[in-house]
Design a protein around this ligand. Structure first.
Ligand code: FCB
Length: 460
């Protein structure tokens, strides 16, 4: 049986500025929180490997884009680095950055690769972080100006814009779970950050609309579909809460124009409601997007809480559910997460039934593998496990599309093995292997498979 996709389907991969461009600060780039954490919190990165040591897209972009064409990509997503373009976050624009991004975009277009450009991938300029980052409403205005600058500079050629990658993560990882700088653990501050990111998103979308450019604008969300252990009320409640905090909170705000009423109720009950004005809510309700990106890596299985939380501890969504390890579940042991291809189908159905069947695409999906060098035979990484992973996810996606889901494309994470936020190079994700010793990039078996798949609009 052939799993066939439309001829117009977007095929490619995703990356981000901080994870691929390389070197801490060069050609006038300002510092962002990752450059800063690389220096001051080196121990927080796997093997102490920091942003300096990435796949050097800034230097090698021409060869890299050629490599995209070599495996027939028709689209590619990356982000612009705010601190490269506007080193202090506001004010002066860095001409070398403008030149670089112009060349990058032109090169992509010349090679038949549609650029999907994201404005923010976790990388707050340090000068603005020092003013409180997204906790500070002034930073929303700075972001709006940055967005406007990007639209002015590149909006004549970029047809697909995204305001944020995974808006939940800077809030959750930076202000609650101690994973990203500034390593704060405080729910109310995290909620404020998330709310302000949503407002910043709205401001950028509205500026884009005012400029009357011809392209589309959207956002990229991480969705972790939630599955309860059983249909018992206590397990169902746990699932409801996990979904409410981590998915519905953002999805409803962006796609329905309002926060879930239930979220407000719960936050009020625990005295955790951040400051939200009527004007904020009006802005959220007046903003809508054209295209949604979904990053999907894993399901979240949950069960009723076994121990009551310590009421003196930091309030957290984890007060309401425990993660549940389903017996026999299939794991990606490198990352300690479950592999569940049907999750992509479930997400597609939810977009269809709950979020107005909006146009969307898979903006990230993939499998990170530790020790992938062990799979090299005859000079090529024989990553059959990645091919299986892709086939299974694409088959479920295809099924949802046959049932009416408006999915426009599929981007794998990622193009060349790249640096990840805490894990550095522990897990490899790319269609191309990066030889860390020599910097050489060589196609993996999955890259060859992907090329055939794109050329055939599918696979058997
Ligand atoms: C996603 C991030 C991306 C990458 C992958 C592995 O959550 O968007 O930057 O690190 O995880």
């Amino acid at each position: 049986m052939k799993v066939e996709f439309p001829k117009t389907f977007f095929w490619g991969a995703a990356s981000s500025a901080t994870q691929a461009e390389g070197r801490l600060v060069d050609d006038g780039k300002g510092e962002n929180i990752w450059d800063y954490a690389s220096k001051e919190y080196n121990h927080r990165f796997y093997d102490g490997v920091t942003t300096e040591n990435t796949s050097l897209f800034y230097r090698d972009y021409q060869q890299d884009i050629q490599k995209m064409q070599d495996i027939s990509f028709n689209s590619f997503r990356t982000s612009l680095s705010w601190s490269r373009l506007i080193p202090n976050g506001t004010g002066e624009v860095n001409p070398k950055a403008v030149k670089f991004y112009n060349h990058m975009i032109d090169e992509l277009i010349a090679k038949g690769v549609e650029p999907f450009i994201n404005l923010y991938h976790f990388d707050m300029p340090m000068a603005l972080q020092e003013k409180g980052g997204f906790e500070n409403k002034e930073v929303i205005q700075a972001y709006k100006q940055y967005a406007e600058t990007c639209f002015e500079l590149f909006g004549d050629r970029v047809n697909y814009w995204f305001t944020f990658n995974e808006p939940m993560i800077p809030a959750e990882a930076g202000y609650l779970h101690d994973r990203h700088y500034p390593y704060v653990v405080d729910f109310k501050r995290a909620a404020m950050v998330l709310h302000n990111i949503i407002l910043a998103h709205c401001e950028a979308v509205n500026v884009y609309r005012e400029m009357k450019l011809a392209g589309k604008i959207g956002i990229i969300m991480d969705v972790i579909p939630v599955y309860p252990r059983s249909q018992n009320p206590a397990d169902l409640y746990a699932a409801e809460m996990a979904d409410l905090f981590y998915t519905k909170s953002v999805n409803d705000a962006i796609l329905k124009g309002q926060y879930p009423a239930r979220l407000k109720e719960v936050l009020e009950e625990y005295d955790q409601l951040p400051e939200v004005t009527e004007a904020d809510l009006a802005l959220i309700s007046a903003t809508s997007i054209d295209l949604l990106g979904i990053n999907y890596y894993r399901p979240r299985r949950v069960k009723a809480k076994e121990c009551l939380p310590n009421p003196d501890g930091v309030f957290s969504p984890e007060w309401f559910f425990d993660e549940y390890v389903m017996p026999g579940r299939r794991m990606n042991t490198s990352r300690g997460i479950e592999i569940y291809p049907k999750g992509i189908y479930d997400i597609a159905k939810k977009i269809q039934t709950e979020y107005g069947n909006i146009d969307w695409f898979v903006s990230e999906n993939g499998i990170g593998i530790e020790g992938e060098e062990a799979f090299i035979e005859e000079g090529m990484v024989q990553d059959d496990y990645r091919i299986d992973f892709l086939k299974e996810h694409l088959t479920y996606l295809n099924q949802a599309m046959k049932e009416g889901s408006n999915c426009l494309g599929y981007h794998m994470w990622t193009f060349v093995d790249c640096w990840s936020w805490g894990n550095a190079y522990k897990n490899r994700y790319g269609f191309y292997r990066l030889n860390l010793a020599t910097g050489e990039k060589s196609v993996k078996k999955s890259g060859v498979w992907f090329k055939e798949t794109i050329e055939n609009n599918g696979f058997d």
